[in-house]
Design a protein around this ligand. Structure first.
Ligand SMILES: N[C@@H](CCC(=O)N[C@@H](CS)C(=O)NCC(=O)O)C(=O)O
Length: 213
């Protein structure tokens, strides 16, 4: 399998954690999102992923974009250990928390959105930071409330799941953008537990071949 990704990309980070958790070997192919206007926009990459976003997973003749679709594909092909453990209620909660991050928060703070704010709408550093703060706060406040209902050792009960895979990279991004986590004690507690897991630690951006200082 081949995973096209970028070290600091949260969606690529999700796919890496899932692959590691399932102990699947893969070749990591870096796609630099900044250099030369962004390699994700090159024709050669867009043939694989017309959205011009990472990650993309290639598994033989299968070419898949969208990290959640990639995770569900891996889960169907390699069911153990499951990314969606538990009964229907738990699996519903896992999917809901995953989507809260992958569909509601991350798209608003994605690189291309930040670039549009700055380049097309003239946002300065303060305005861009206010944008990030606003969406992180709205999302993490709700995430904290949801964790109060469903968390155990991890996001949903005591079993590691896709929701945890979505949370870790988003907290990494929050820290990178200088977002305070003080108001989210449960989220911080779960995150601290998650980053100690070997399959999560191995997926950390700093551990990737394309990592920069
Ligand atoms: N929903 C997509 C999001 C993919 C995405 O937004 N990737 C970002 C990095 S985290 C990207 O490639 N950004 C490049 C850009 O904005 O130009 C997924 O989960 O795979």
């Amino acid at each position: 399998m081949e995973l096209y990704g970028y070290w600091r990309s949260s969606a690529s980070y999700r796919a890496r954690i899932a692959l590691n958790y399932k102990q699947l070997d893969y070749n990591y192919i870096p796609v630099h999102l900044i250099k030369e206007g962004g390699e994700q926009h090159k024709q050669s990459y867009r043939q694989l992923n017309p959205n011009g976003l990472v990650p993309t997973l290639v598994d033989g003749s299968v070419i898949l974009h969208q990290s959640l679709a990639i995770m569900e594909y891996l889960d169907e092909k390699y069911p153990e250990p499951s990314l969606l453990p538990g009964n229907a209620q738990k699996r519903g909660a896992i999917r809901a928390l995953s989507l809260d991050i992958a569909s509601e928060l991350q798209p608003l703070i994605n690189l291309r959105v930040q670039q549009y704010l700055v380049r097309e709408l003239g946002a300065d550093d303060n305005a861009k930071q206010a944008w990030l703060q606003h969406w992180f706060r709205q999302s993490f406040t709700a995430f904290e409330r949801n964790l109060e209902e469903v968390a155990g050792k991890y996001c949903v009960g005591d079993e590691f799941s896709m929701a945890d895979i979505c949370l870790v990279p988003q907290v990494y991004s929050a820290e990178r953008f200088g977002i305070s986590l003080d108001e989210y004690p449960l989220l911080r507690e779960v995150y601290a537990r998650l980053v100690e897991l070997p399959w999560v630690a191995k997926a950390h951006p700093s551990q990737q071949p394309d990592a920069e200082n």
